[in-house]
Structures are given as C-alpha cells and as structure tokens.
Design a protein around this ligand. Structure first.
Ligand SMILES: [Zn+2]
Ligand SMILES: [Zn+2]
Length: 406
C-alpha cells in the first residue's frame, strides 16, 4: 500500500516543478524561492494522473484518504489505534473499494476546476466510507478521531468501447453490470475541494513569516504574532511562551490550551477535575474558582504518547512567567491545528474519569465546545535521549520524529 503520497505541483510563480509531501503545508520553490501556504476548502483534493496512453474518456472516481489516531472509550478504559486507510466515496456496486496497490513513484496532482476529465460526485461521507472514524462497537461510549491527514483522491478510469480500464495500470477493470456505465455517468459533477496558494507574509506587518513545511501555525519574528488559517485567510491566534531559566538545552514544545464547558457532566473548575479524576490533591475554595483547561500537544505524535501528554499536561496545568516573544530557533513546529486538538478533549476526559460506569454514558456523542484557546510554548530540557519538563513529564526524542522533524 502506498501510504505516503507525494504531490507534484508546478510553482505558481515560475512554473518550475516542485514535489511536496502529503503533510506539507508550505510550497517552497527551489528555483525562484517563492514560499506559498497551501489552503484548502475542508480538505485537499488530489488526482492520480493518467499513465495509460491508449486513449478513451478519462473518468475520475473519488476516494477518501485518511490518516490519524482513533480513540474510543469503553468500560475497560480508553483504547487508541493508528488509522491509515482509504475507501471509495461513491455508493455504487462495481467500483474498486480502495485505491489498492499503486506504483511508489506515482505522484499526485492537485485537482482544480480546470483539471480535464469527467469527475464523479461523492455521495458517501467519510464516516460511511471509513467506519474507523465513527462509533463502532456497541459497548463503546465515545469515539474521537484526530486526523493528521484527511484528503480526497480521485483515481482515473478509462472508458473505451464501453469497457473500463484502470487509468494507471492500463489493465481491464473487473466486469460490471450492464447498467453500470449509464449509472456512473449520471453522477458527473465538478471536483470538490479547491487549492489556494497564499503568500507567507505576516498580515499585520508584511514580514516573511516563519514556519517549517508542516506548520499549522505560522509565526512573525518581527511583530511577534502567530497565525493560522481560518477558511482561506490567516487569522491571528493568541500565543505565549512560558519562560525557562537560561539554559542552552531548553527546547520549546507547542501545546494548545483549551477551555470548554461540559454541562452534562458539570465540570468547569480545577476542583471538578480533581473530583472526577480522583487526583491526590486537597480541594480548596480557590480551586473551585480556578477555570479548568485541557491541554493537547500541538504537534503530531503517536496515539499512545498523545494520550499520555494530554493527560499529564492537563493534570499538571503548567504555568509560569510568560512572554509574548515567540521562540525562534529552539522550538518545535506546531503542526496539529486546534480543530483537531479539540477532538482530543473528550478522549482526554475519558482517560481521566474514575467512575466510568456513571460518566461514560454522558460522554457519548459529546462535542466539547471551544470557549477559548491559545498556543503555549512550554520549556523542556533535552538530555540527549528525551525532553523533560520541570513538572516531570518526559518525551522520548525518537517518538518526536513520528509525525514531524525538528
Ligand atoms: Zn518558482
Ligand atoms: Zn508581523
């Protein structure tokens, strides 16, 4: 299975060919040095280019492509697994259920309204196509999916003399029912998901913003601001750095700090959290008034470590002297958008509650509203093997390379 796709795109400025990884959010042209941020409408839309040169009409079939972490809470606890899958997005018998084996060298192209060919409309939702993202087992109470990648991939079929052929391999498609062709062709619609290239200039001061290629958050070193895409424009997001003592081994890891209210369970303060998680701490009137925040890593990491860091940071509620001056060289890239981190709140809560019998039924279908959020850079000390927070939280350095690079 081709699990990591590459995308071929010509530089919108000079036309030179550029190759992108699936997780890349920034196109950097090696020829003219143009840097552009990739913006989409909901998800990225790609197509597999036609390789077969035998002629005929090209028909593109949509597939959902998904990669990320799935969490589900049952009475035996919080379970998680890594999902990497694709499935056809059309409800029609006869179509290949998945993209199948593809040559590793095959590169995707962005699909736009100008892409030639006939496109078939998708009528299966992501949840219908890939139930890994939805609630599955009857004894499962809540299910959350934190997506690293959710894409649409159009795969080509060739229609020639009323016979179908695979547009990549050129092989005849498995036999179909007589009304299949007619049925398929009535489903034609323009491709979904448009790509837009946005200059990486700070919307506030015009400075060229910083961010590694997978960055979900761009930072401006001139006016010390942080920006993330909302729809297709950069919006300013609140960001702070929790300061550390001067130490050259300090590395800053980005986390989302999120405030929510969950009326069904009635938790809104630190004291509420201490009660439901049965934490070994005395409840003071002060803690009854202290708002409850949930933390999530703002970087991609394996599901096991993700769940642990969410829990440890939320229990610790790290704070300290803050600065608006964002770290430059020694900070990890924030590559997980806050919308995905928000999906982790319920899973985090499920991992914390002690009285599962009473509280898990209340977690079912719970969507935690995001009342307030900000990006926080927390100092960790590197000892060469792991990064350690002064609150005792450790992150193995090899685990950090899972979804990202320093
Ligand atoms: Zn260029
Ligand atoms: Zn700026």
């Amino acid at each position: 299975m081709n699990s990591n796709w590459q995308i071929e795109q010509s530089c919108p400025q000079c036309g030179a060919p550029v190759v992108l990884e699936e997780a890349d959010r920034i196109l950097t042209c090696p020829f003219c040095r143009t840097r552009l941020y990739l913006a989409h409408t909901g998800y990225f839309s790609y197509h597999i280019p036609v390789v077969s040169k035998q002629g005929g009409e090209v028909i593109y079939i949509p597939y959902w492509r998904l990669k990320g972490a799935a969490f589900s809470a049952s009475l035996s606890g919080l379970a998680h697994r890594f999902v990497d899958a694709n499935a056809v997005a059309v409800k029609l018998d006869g179509l290949q259920p998945s993209l199948g084996l593809r040559p590793q060298t095959l590169k995707l192209h962005f699909t736009t309204g100008e892409t030639p060919g006939r496109f078939i409309a998708a009528d299966r939702t992501l949840e219908e196509a890939l139930p890994q993202t939805a609630q599955k087992a009857a004894e499962t109470f809540s299910h959350n999916f934190i997506g690293e990648t959710v894409n649409r991939i159009y795969s080509p079929l060739i229609l020639r003399n009323k016979e179908f052929y695979d547009g990549v391999l050129g092989k005849p498609y498995p036999p179909v029912k007589p009304d299949f062709i007619e049925n398929l062709l009535t489903r034609t619609a323009p491709p979904e998901g448009e790509i837009k290239f946005i200059p990486t200039l700070c919307p506030h001061c015009g400075w060229d913003m910083e961010g590694k290629k997978e960055a979900a958050v761009m930072t401006c070193g001139n006016c010390q601001s942080a920006w993330a895409l909302q729809e297709q424009t950069f919006e300013k997001i609140p960001a702070v750095v929790v300061l550390a003592d001067q130490n050259e081994k300090t590395v800053y890891l980005p986390f989302w700090r999120m405030k929510t209210h969950i009326d069904k369970i009635g938790i809104s303060s630190r004291a509420d959290l201490i009660r439901i998680a049965n934490l070994p701490r005395a409840i003071t009137p002060e803690l009854e008034k202290t708002p409850l925040y949930f933390w999530s890593p703002a970087f991609k990491i394996n599901p096991n470590l993700y769940a642990r860091l969410c829990r440890q940071m939320t229990v610790l509620a790290p704070c300290g002297k803050e600065s608006q001056e964002l770290p430059a060289a020694n900070a990890y890239t924030a590559s997980l958008p806050v919308d995905e981190a928000r999906e982790g709140i319920t899973a985090n809560l499920a991992g914390l509650v002690v009285d599962r019998k009473r509280l898990y039924p209340l977690l079912a279908d719970l969507v935690a509203p995001l009342d307030e959020y900000r990006l926080e850079y927390h100092p960790f000390l590197s000892n060469g093997r792991e990064l350690v927070h002064r609150g005792g939280i450790a992150v193995d350095l090899t685990a950090l390379s899972f979804g990202m690079k320093l």
